[in-house]
Ligand binder design. Sequence first.
Ligand code: FAD
Length: 373
Amino acid sequence: MRKDAPRVCIIGAGAAGLALAYALSLRGINTLICDAGKAGHGALAASAGMIAPGAEIWEARDSASPLAGAFAALARHSASHWPEWAHRLSAETGMDVAYRACGSLIPVRQTGMAQWLAGRDIEAVSLDAGAVRARMPGLVLPDGAIFLPGDAQISAPHLISALMAALAGRGVSVRENARVATLQRHGDVWQVRLATGEMIEADFVVLAAGWAAADLHSAAAGIYPVKGQAVMLDAGTQPDWPLLRAGDVYLAPKPGGRLLVGASVEPGRSDAATEPGMATALIERAARYLPHIASMPRLAHWAGIRPALPGLMPRAGLAEPGLVVALGAYRHGVMLAPAIAEGLAGLIDESRADMLLAPFAPDTVNEGLSSAG
Ligand SMILES: Cc1cc2nc3c(=O)[nH]c(=O)nc-3n(C[C@H](O)[C@H](O)[C@H](O)COP(=O)(O)OP(=O)(O)OC[C@H]3O[C@@H](n4cnc5c(N)ncnc54)[C@H](O)[C@@H]3O)c2cc1C
């Protein structure tokens, strides 16, 4: 821990909060993280762990958001940092986050698709039905597919364990069952009050409380929940496949011969109930591509709540002096974790604005910061 380190309190031990705490600890700044529940068990634990900028950029191709180009740049940049993050976490903790550079398959081939993707720096390879069959026996894609070799994935449960171990090893405090009730600035000092009445003082507060952040500060205005349900199946053997990204359903082969099928998109819902009908619907959608999926034993069915903002774009940066937000990563919080964490760590440590994050800064921003790529 550096002697000149600012006191930083992070609200929310999710994808955003844990990754930022890790990035800050690499700079010698140890934070205090408060989570209302169990660390990592917000949306992060529900995540499919896909780091798939190619598939995400393709699926968002009709987005009217003026930030679409900036999002593509941030997603590519963050994905390019994942191998180093995975390697560092594993070297430091001995825990594998199951990073696999498996690529994605998109089961459509449209004229001009590969060129469209190439124009956004996404490598794309066209495969006909025979090539798909040869590489992935069992998968039925009669129209062939586009393969995006740059996409990858981790395992969210493995990531949570590794991040928690790394933070513990570095002396970072993670307080669980520590719900923050209010935060207020008094001059240069922020006061974070827990529901228990305990008060924590900090030079910087990071609001990273997922979909519930709007209860705490107006800097989170507009955030809303988008429930997602997913299912884990026992595929028997480990299919060495890419991710399959089919729009209304995806398949993500996971360690131990498991197959994750996701995910519903239910805006406005913040309950974590699982509905058997939704699991059946997901499996039926997946059976279009993998007919024998219906006979695979179900291992688990869960729901998580994604934090979304209007335009489905993240918000990350300085909202007012000493108040940093890391919000609204929607279905991209794992993919974007390294870029947002490193960008915000530079902001807190050096008052340095990150050019890739700048388009996602809150409105009232960022005068007097130096800039760097
Ligand atoms: C089914 C599903 C599949 C997904 N798949 C992917 C994927 O493949 N790739 C990808 O990149 N993303 C994926 N996501 C999205 C990803 O999980 C989220 O973008 C990410 O977890 C958001 O991170 P966060 O830190 O903002 O929120 P969370 O991870 O939800 O963390 C917020 C934390 O804040 C805490 N909190 C809330 N209120 C308070 C309070 N008052 N005081 C203290 N703590 C508080 C919560 O307990 C929680 O732990 C998926 C999500 C779902 C639901």
